[in-house]
Design a protein around this ligand. Structure first.
Ligand SMILES: Nc1ncnc2c1ncn2[C@@H]1O[C@H](COP(=O)(O)OP(=O)(O)O)[C@@H](O)[C@H]1O
Ligand SMILES: [Mg+2]
Length: 488
């Protein structure tokens, strides 16, 4: 830029006496100057080149606006001459700043669509021209083409915007993928949990199934054994009855006969015929009458005992098959039943164990009380049998979970049950006891009774520690029809 004080001031005559016009002309920055009447005094080559308007066309006119706009309006240089700063604001609307270098000067940058084929970005600076007294005599405006910079900036901004857009897009895509993944994971976890739940259900169901199956097998066995037992008991009962009574009668007859025989023996010396006496003696020796007289009564006693035993077994079988089950379903107090049962078995128990009672609160239940007593008795007797030579304990507990179910527990400190025996203890005739001590019917009988009550038996045992049987019974008799079950 030429220093402004070097420039000779534009005169009223635009063509006269401007010493620096050559300097203007060759200066590479597009520059023009106007006087206070807004008439162009200078229009250099660079200006011609940039704006497409020649010096000849412009100097001496006030048409400089034409180089920039389609409609007439003041340029920055014009506004500086008018000296109305607020007007600059009106026309340039914040695109301008006060020049940091030239006092009273302004700078602005704007796009001019009419310059050149595609328009140009110009950075222009306008400053007042003053005479030696400081009087404003005109204004000078320089124009720099900043199109390339602006284009580059725009391109950069665009690229930046694009990049940001891309980043935003990618971020959104990533977020979406992430959300999908999270959703997937959540679904998979849910499916997993569902699978686990189903698996658990299946396992449970399986367990129930195998338990039910076991119970069915047990019930089946019981039913057929029960039938057999009922048949056998029924068939044997009558003959045993009359054999038992006949043996009694026979015993009486034999006593009479033996008396008679003794009388004959006494009368023997009185027999006159020595031949007859001789024959009698020989016969007596031959049949060993002395031995017979001794042996017959013991034979009779043994037979009688045998028949008593058979009657006992038949009674057990009848119990087992519930041939005599003509009891009635009644509401009964379980504790009273247990107490009376304990009294009955006290002889069996009192030398082997201390009995503890831990009764809970129980409602009366609808049941066959004698049969429930039978169950308790079998469990208590088994408990006593399981206790070895050392004194042990038997604990009887009761309780209920709700109004529908009660339980009775018999726990002993006895031998426990070996695993291989555990699956068979409810089998009829399964016993581990010495011959004559156990029939193996106690638990299967208990099982049958509990089943008839629609209850169940649980066993918890530890070898060498003891066993706990728990009997669950519903408080209400579920089906009145079952009353007839098991009757002949
Ligand atoms: N409380 C118990 N402790 C240990 N074993 C028991 C107990 N209760 C039953 N058992 C076992 O179950 C078997 C079958 O019992 P049960 O049917 O009453 O017949 P029994 O008592 O005539 O042997 C018994 O022989 C015994 O091995
Ligand atoms: Mg028994």
């Amino acid at each position: 830029m030429p220093l402004l004080q070097d420039i000779r001031l534009p005169s009223e005559d635009p063509h006269a006496g401007i010493a620096v016009s050559e300097f203007f002309d060759v200066h590479p920055v597009a520059t023009f100057a106007i006087n206070t009447a807004h008439v162009i005094t200078h229009w250099n080559k660079a200006c011609e080149h940039l704006l497409g308007w020649s010096k000849a066309e412009m100097v001496g006119t006030t048409n400089h606006w034409q180089a920039f706009y389609t409609r007439q309006r003041p340029l920055l240089a014009d506004l500086i001459i008018s000296g109305a700063e607020e007007e600059i604001g009106v026309y340039y609307q914040g695109k301008h700043i006060r020049s940091p270098l030239i006092e009273g000067g302004f700078e602005a940058e704007d796009f001019f669509p009419n310059i050149g084929a595609r328009g140009h970005w110009l950075h222009f600076t306008a400053a007042p021209l003053r005479d030696q007294d400081g009087q404003v005599v005109g204004a000078i405006e320089t124009l720099r083409d900043v199109t390339e910079r602006r284009v580059a900036e725009n391109a950069l901004r665009q690229a930046h915007d694009n990049l940001e857009h891309l980043v935003a897009k990618r971020t959104a895509q990533l977020a979406e993928v992430n959300a999908r993944l999270e959703h997937d994971i959540e679904q998979r976890e849910r499916a997993d949990a569902e699978l686990r739940r189903r698996n658990l259900e299946l396992t449970e169901l399986n367990e129930q199934l195998s338990m039910t199956q076991q119970q069915l097998v047990q019930a089946d066995k019981l039913a057929s054994i029960g039938q057999l037992a009922a048949g056998v008991a029924h068939e044997i009962n009558n003959p045993i009855g009359y054999i038992f009574s006949n043996v009694g009668t026979l015993q009486n007859y034999l006593d009479l006969l033996f008396g008679m025989l003794a009388a004959y023996e006494e009368a023997e010396p009185a027999i006159g015929d020595p031949l007859v006496a001789q024959r009698l003696r020989a016969m007596r020796e031959q049949i060993d009458l002395g031995f017979l007289l001794e042996d017959i009564p013991s034979l009779m006693a043994e037979s009688k005992e045998g028949i008593v035993r058979v009657r006992h077994i038949v009674q057990d079988l009848k119990d087992f098959s519930r041939v005599d089950a003509n009891q009635e379903w009644v509401w009964a107090n379980i504790h009273r039943g247990i107490d009376s049962t304990l009294n009955i078995v006290s002889n069996e128990v009192k030398y082997k164990a201390d009995v503890f009672k831990e009764y809970g609160e129980l409602p009366d239940i609808e049941c066959l009380p004698l049969q429930i007593n039978q169950v308790v008795m079998n469990l208590v007797v088994n408990a006593a049998h399981a206790i070895g030579p050392e004194r042990g304990s038997i604990t009887i507990r009761t309780g209920c979970v709700d109004a529908d179910m009660i339980w009775i527990e018999v726990q002993d400190s006895g031998s426990g049950i070996a695993p291989e025996a555990l699956s068979r203890i409810f089998d009829p005739f399964f016993t581990t006891k010495a011959v004559g001590k156990g029939t193996g019917l106690g638990l299967s009988l208990a099982y049958g009774i509990v089943q008839k009550h629609r209850g169940r038996i649980e066993v918890d045992t530890q070898l060498g520690q003891g066993t706990r049987f728990r009997v669950w019974l519903p408080t209400h008799h579920p089906d009145p029809d079952t009353e007839q079950e098991g009757q002949p």
